[in-house]
Design a protein around this ligand. Sequence first.
Ligand SMILES: [Cu+2]
Length: 262
Amino acid sequence: MSNEHYEMDPTPGEKLKAIFKQRDVQIATAWGVLVTFIFFIIGGWIYPSWMPTALSTDMKAIERLIVIFTWISAPICGIVLGFSIYTFMHRHKGDTPPADGPAIRSNPLVVGLWVIISSALCLVAVVYGLIEMNSATAATAENKTSALVVEVTGSQWVWSFNYPEQGFSSHELMLPVNRPVEFRITSVDVNHSFWPVQLGVKVDANRLQTTVVDTTPNKIGELEVKCAELCGLYHTYMETTGEVMSKADFDNWVTTQGGHTA
Ligand SMILES: [Cu+2]
């Protein structure tokens, strides 16, 4: 539109410098830095203390992933919110709006930086995600032979756990610590989603199909098991509890349930 005003400006770099010399931009940037800092604290400290106790390496990996992704997105959120807060505080009141400043959308330096930074952030997310996924798959292959098998069945609106090796079923999920566990998950009616929260596992329980997933509980503690797929009227109540316990306690429990220990 009114490009002729700026045609004489020498370089995009100088234009950018001129933008950052404005006091408005400096204060808004300072707000951005402050908000970024707040999100760094939330991501690194508040999130992990809000989250359920991690009782497996999978859950630890998820915790780490959330922290890292929050940190990566903190500057973006910070700058957007910082400028929003500042412009809201200094919004125009009155009849005649003031003239616009120069647009930055046609500045090749700004556009270039924007593309490079957002591509780098996406790349970090993809590569990190692939590495995590690969290590989870490698662990699955490793665990096959020694794993404790638990057949998980979802039905409206209870979870049932069958321990074929021990020969009994339960509505509580008890697991021995430091032994890989292989969940074979299915449903007898509608689709559910098996979610033992502290283990960092969440897998769909599909009607008449079995999905196999495994993890290794590595810490003793209480488990909450929920359904993470809206499955009907009492979906909210489709939850149970369990425990990761010592091998001795687990064997004891198996005996009280009428099962046999190895
Ligand atoms: Cu359900």
